[in-house]
Every structure is written in structure tokens, then in C-alpha cells.
Write a protein that binds this ligand. Sequence first.
Ligand SMILES: [Zn+2]
Length: 329
Amino acid sequence: MLALAAPGAAQEAQGVSDYRVFFAVCHAPRCETLLVALRTFTRRGQHLVLAVDPESLATRVLPADDMKLDEVSWERVREETWDTPYGRALADSERSATAEQDAGIVHALTPGNGVVLTIDLCPSAHPLDRRLFTTLILDLAPAEKPVPVGIAITGRWMIEHPKDLAWLRQREREGEIAVTWINHSFNHRYDKRLPLSRNFLLESGTDPDLEVLATEKAMIDQGLLPSIFFRFPGLVSGPELVGRVVAYGLIPVGSDAWLAKHEVPSTGSIVLVHGNGNEPAGVDRLLALVKREQTAIREKSWLLSDLPKSVSRAERSHAWKVASRMGHR
Ligand SMILES: [Zn+2]
């Protein structure tokens, strides 16, 4: 159906094959709770599905054969989930798609006064900014372990930084960080000569199946669980592109607090920093913010929050907010 053999693709550590879009809805009692299957694939001879819980927005990989799923259209999935946090987040993302930048969910609802942290790993010649992670782990340890972080990862970064990826996986395995792995496209193309309206994923010749599905497949190959979220490279998109990403079953996630752009976070902000060594100023601001909040962190009134839970909470309470600000990147 599609060519997922990306040039120089990461080693097939998990041997994922036949990766494709597959929509199905599994109701109780067959499934414990309502589940939406999004993809099907084979790994070591086993037939599996990637599914999302439309209430919690958590994803899971499950054996397909036990579930006896009937494939349905994407429209049918929307009809059956419109009144869930998943359906509402998709609809909110589509409503926000008029802006050239920052489409999607940019703000969430955290339990206390904290924020949701997302860290972008766009392709980079620099190594991973490890002090970002080691400092967060140390400074939040009195109150929060593991530290919840969203990491928006690209296929290129995975190929070019295998040791840094292994280091991140080790932090995850040791329970120091709890990662929501966000799809940030495979190639993350950028051409500084082009206007935003024809740049990043809007550049001609972009292959959506490669950018979306090959990244997910590479994530699973590397032992990462793809979340339900997609972050546009450069946070740049347009209505048609948002529609296409949503039709893969994914929720676009932007940011209302890109720290290197001097945006100031508020409670529930989806904060953006770059962990790929390209924007140390943003990391400095984040670590300074965490230092300033040390007392509140000890009292557990300021914490980092889990992205799926915070978006689900926001959608359940209708407290969602979509930014339509322009003019920054
Ligand atoms: Zn990026």
C-alpha cells in the first residue's frame, strides 16, 4: 500500500512489517472500554493493532486476533467518538486550522498550577541536550518521579542519534521520565528560502504516508509507543494539511509557550523547548522556571503534567482553548 522503506531507515530492531492505516471501533464488553484501532501491523509473526482509548487518549499495542475487529471508515470512527475527549480534540484541531501556525491543541488542563512540557527532536547536527533531562529529573525528584514529558521525535533524528535515543529509552526504563512519544514527521524538511505557506510539510513533493506512517513504524521498531499526537514541523500547517493529519486519526498538538520565542507560560500551557541542541536559550528558560518554582514543586502545587491526561481533562471540562495567534514560529 505504501513504501515505508525510508532511505537509510533505522535498523529494524523490532521487525515491524505490513504497517498500515486500519480503523475499527471495539465496544465493551468485547474490549474492556471503548477502543479505536488506528493501525495494523505484524511483529515477529504476531498480528497487532495500535489503538487509542478515546476517553483517556492513551494508546496501546494489542493482539489483533483476540479482538476480531471489523474495519470501518474514518467517518464512522468520528460518528462513534464525537462526544469523547478524542472526538472533541479532533474537532477543536480542525476548528483551529485557519492559522498558518499553531493549529491544534495548544493549551491543556493540568491538576495544579503546572504546565505540560513538550520537547522537540527535529533533525540536528548537535547531540541531545542531556542536561535538560538530568536537571529536570533532579529538580522534580522531591515531588515527581517519573517526570512526565512529551517528546516530539522525527525519523531523521532517530537515524542520526542512536546513542542518544538509547540513553532516553534507558531514562524511561529506569522510571526517571514517562514519555509521551509525539510524531514530529520523518524528514522535517525546511527551506529557508521559501515562505511558510510553502515550507515544512506544505512544501511540494511532501509524501504524507512517509511523514506520518514511516515515523510511527520507526518508533515501534525502536521500542517507542506512538501517542495519539502529531506536532507539525515549525508548527506550520494549513486547513487541508490539518484535515489530512486528523484523517490519520491523530490530534495535532501545538504550543502556546515556545520559550525560545519569549512566549510566557501560564497554568496549563503546552510548553515547547528543543532538546536537539538547536535552541539552548529555550532550555535555559525552562530550567530557570523550574528553579523558581522549587517551593511550589516541593508542595506539589506546581508540577509537570502528562499530555494525554491533561488534554483529556481539558476536553472533558470544555476548558479547551485554541490559539490563533500568528507571526511566530
Ligand atoms: Zn521541529
